[in-house]
Design a protein around this ligand. Structure first.
Ligand SMILES: [Zn+2]
Length: 381
């Protein structure tokens, strides 16, 4: 299950901020301009979306009940609520007919629906504008002014969510001041800032600021377990490396998915070397030869790491291991085949193959030769 419901349940941890916002909303005490700040990956945008959805909800089910299915909440699930407006940094492109935030809305929606804990670099990638500096153009202030001059479509709250106000062009920020100060009735501005020190002082003085702390390791670990089914031991390890950022934790997990191809190929190599099935060994080297040189090198480096890990596991220095669950399971069975008698030999063969790949020797020959050498070495454990 991925995090997809844009309500307070989708926000990891941050219980105190949630409680404050809900009670202010219920008591009608919310300021009309609120800025959420805090380190990357602490859940500022999920919190802003949850609050906005809560304000727009027509039914407000009690806590513990199922997710609300009122019209407004259903629109929220797809980010198509007509009274919610997003402002975010973009790279305007006339040729692609993408000059306003509204033109980028499909891409923006797709990113959020895919991962509420997206990062700035995710957005750059999503826009495919790697070498440019996105900004919030001055004309967005005019656009918002125009939208707010119309009536609320559903007769309830109108929400403007501004992601990264620090990227606003100065003129646009100045144009926004009046709206922030005296917004139309039932209108709320929600600003989400990563670098509040870069936000114009005049904007800062018109918003109420809520600082969200980094997440606790346990909260990240629990969320990884709950949403991605990752076992506690591994999720705790990932959480510790994530430095309080759920985005960072997700990045770690997805880069590991990329290494699982290497893992598959490594386990086949070792199984084939043990079973000595020549026909399949040939097929394996042909498959390897089809990979690009860089990927072939990745594989050989990965194989060296796995041999090192297996040897370490064999010496029962388990705490030195740095592997995911799948790798650990394999290594625990495979470790007895890597001993002081053959570990060096295997490492040498892998390194030699790496040198040959770097020298552009025929890859099919390099990998077939490697697997042949390993059949001998594996038997001598
Ligand atoms: Zn609802």
């Amino acid at each position: 299950m991925k995090v997809e419901m844009m309500d307070f349940k989708a926000v990891i941890g941050q219980e105190e901020v949630k409680r404050t916002l809900i009670s202010e909303a219920d008591g009608g005490r919310l300021p009309h301009a609120l800025m959420l700040t805090g380190p990357e990956g602490c859940g500022k945008m999920p919190m802003a979306l949850a609050l906005a959805r809560y304000l727009c909800c027509m039914a407000k089910p009690a806590e513990g009940q199922d997710a609300c299915t009122c019209l407004s909440c259903r629109q929220w699930e797809q980010l198509i609520h007509p009274d919610v407006h997003f402002v975010f940094p973009i790279v305007a492109n006339k040729a692609r007919k993408k000059e306003n935030c509204d033109d980028w809305i499909p891409a923006w929606r797709e990113m959020l629906l895919n991962n509420l804990y997206f990062t700035y670099s995710d957005w750059i990638q999503q826009m495919e504008v790697e070498n440019s500096q996105p900004v919030i153009y001055t004309r967005e202030s005019d656009n918002i002014q125009r939208k707010l001059s119309l009536k609320s479509v559903q007769g309830g709250w109108r929400i403007v969510i501004i992601w990264l106000p620090e990227k606003m062009q100065e003129q646009g920020a100045n144009k926004m001041l009046k709206l922030l100060e005296e917004p139309p009735a039932q209108t709320m501005f929600l600003l989400v800032s990563e670098e509040p020190q870069k936000v114009l002082g005049t904007i800062l003085s018109r918003v109420q600021r809520i600082n969200m702390p980094r997440l606790k390791d346990e909260e990240i670990s629990q969320a990884l377990h709950l949403h991605l089914g990752i076992e506690t031991e591994e999720s705790m390890m990932v959480a510790r490396m994530a430095n309080g950022s759920y985005s960072k934790a997700l990045e770690t997990i997805s880069s590991r998915d990329g290494s699982s191809e290497l893992f598959q190929q490594f386990t086949s190599l070792m199984r084939l070397a043990w079973s000595r099935k020549v026909k399949e060994m040939k097929a394996w080297s042909e498959e390897m030869a089809d990979w690009g040189r860089e990927r072939q090198k990745d594989f050989l480096l990965y194989a060296q790491r796995m041999i090192r890990e297996s040897f370490t596991a064999n010496l029962h220095l388990a705490e030195l291991n740095y592997m995911n669950r799948e790798e650990q399971q394999f290594t625990s069975r495979f470790a007895p085949f890597v001993s002081e008698r053959n570990a060096m030999g295997i490492m040498n063969e892998l390194q030699e193959a790496q040198v040959h790949i770097e020298q552009n020797v025929n890859a099919k020959m390099v990998f077939f030769d490697l697997i042949l050498q390993l059949t001998v070495l594996i038997k001598n454990h």
